[in-house]
Design a protein around this ligand. Structure first.
Ligand SMILES: NC(=O)c1ccc[n+]([C@@H]2O[C@H](COP(=O)([O-])OP(=O)(O)OC[C@H]3O[C@@H](n4cnc5c(N)ncnc54)[C@H](OP(=O)(O)O)[C@@H]3O)[C@@H](O)[C@H]2O)c1
Length: 376
């Protein structure tokens, strides 16, 4: 039996993971789960899977757990929960608030299936170095990075020419700059292909998600940003690819459903059924690819700039995006101001918040406070 912890079990990724685990009750045992404050849902999940513990981030959240379930309450306790020995921890919290528990899981020697890309964007190469030192594999769960990981198994690292990172283009793929200026929060959250949490949906609309994923690609696979090509592929069937120097491109394709990447992340190196149907290529008919437009969606190029400055700047890219995204959803700034905030933050403070891994959470808090003051 493989034991599992899910950090952020009530979210979009967490729910897809539960669907996968329900298919494999004889193979996986879900031991520990955490939430922000969705107490009732957490109790239901814990009862269904006979979990040993529930973690609740919000200390003011009301929850009464059964006698045989341990309660972890508050940020520090959530780290202690993530450090409980299991075979795999799925990091599915949204935003950099997921970072402390991921670090705790790695320090404890737990293998991590990582959906929470923001923790890698903030932690940078030091997070991966820590994992290497601890002998802890980190398996990417973003669909694009899961695809790259799988495609990289087909050849040697030194034979890689470049990596192709696909983007759906989000709900505003065909919007003009004038339309983007007045884009509403509601329309931003309405992704045409993927059902995701609010942050990831908004990040897909601005393409800041692709910026985060570009950074994630460079860190995960130790590749320069100029060797990663971002292409728009509206139907999200072709999840990403690796171009080798012999002219072969190895791609990974599948349904537009996170079940594939989550199932692979939890069961690697095995491949277990995920409930996804085989692709019907003749029904698909064709696959289409376009360049992205940096004038309407500057976030990808800003991410390239951040990587070239270094890890303090990728942390700042994430901080500015999180703070500006929240301000947009609360109606305090316009849609295009999100990328503008990232740009100013990189220009003025891209190398300001440097930190080692032990101080990274404080650096993230300081960078977010700087961005909040900028928006005010
Ligand atoms: N959704 C996708 O299709 C997708 C695809 C690729 C990558 N990702 C990445 O996966 C991550 C999760 O995305 P999502 O869309 O699943 O997010 P989401 O739907 O917003 O879910 C977030 C989860 O985290 C919990 N949570 C919030 N604060 C927490 C804290 N401090 N500690 C522990 N748990 C906390 C939430 O609990 P409550 O219910 O109590 O708020 C919820 O369970 C993100 O990093 C995203 O970029 C998502």
């Amino acid at each position: 039996m493989k034991t599992v912890t899910i950090l952020g079990v009530t979210g979009s990724i967490g729910q897809s993971a539960l669907r996968f685990l329900r298919l494999h009750r004889d193979t996986f045992s879900l031991e520990h789960i955490s939430v922000g404050c969705s107490a009732d849902e957490a109790l239901k999940i814990a009862a269904e899977f006979k979990c040993k513990s529930i973690g609740v981030a919000d200390e003011t959240c009301d929850i009464e757990v059964p006698a045989d379930v341990k309660l972890y309450r508050g940020a520090e306790a959530l780290c202690a929960q993530a450090a409980q020995n299991v075979d795999v921890v799925l990091g599915a919290v949204s935003g950099s608030q997921g970072l402390p528990a991921i670090l705790a899981a790695i320090k404890a020697g737990n293998r991590v299936a990582l959906a929470n890309k923001e923790s890698l964007v903030c932690g940078g190469p030091a997070l991966l170095a820590l994992a290497r030192d601890k002998g802890v594999p980190i398996i990417p769960v973003d669909s694009e990075h899961s695809a790259m990981f799988q495609c990289l198994l087909a050849g040697k690292r030194e034979d890689v020419h470049s990596i192709i990172l696909t983007a759906s283009g989000g709900p505003f793929r065909e919007h003009s700059l004038a339309q983007l200026k007045t884009a509403s929060a509601e329309a931003s959250l309405n992704h045409p292909n993927w059902s995701m949490g609010p942050k990831n949906s908004l990040d897909s609309a601005t393409l800041a998600n692709k910026g985060l994923e570009l950074i994630e690609t460079c860190y995960f696979f130790d590749i320069a940003p100029e060797d990663v090509t971002v292409v728009v592929h509206p139907t999200s069937i072709f999840h990403s690819a690796v171009q080798y120097r012999d002219g072969s491109m190895i791609a990974q394709l599948g349904e537009t459903d996170m079940a594939g990447a989550i199932g692979y992340g939890l069961s690697y190196p095995e491949r277990l059924p995920t409930g996804l149907k085989p692709l019907d290529l003749t029904a698909l008919g064709g696959l289409h690819f376009y360049p992205y437009d940096p004038a309407r969606f500057p976030a990808v190029d800003l991410a390239r700039r951040a990587i070239n400055i270094g890890q303090p700047a990728t942390l700042m890219f994430n901080a500015a995006n999180e703070v500006a995204g929240k301000a947009f959803l609360e109606g305090r700034i316009g849609f295009l101001d999100i990328a503008k905030t990232i740009e100013i933050a990189l220009d003025k403070a891209g190398d300001k918040f440097t930190a080692g891994l032990d101080d990274i959470v404080d650096a993230d808090i300081a960078a977010k406070a700087w961005c909040a003051a900028l928006i005010k």
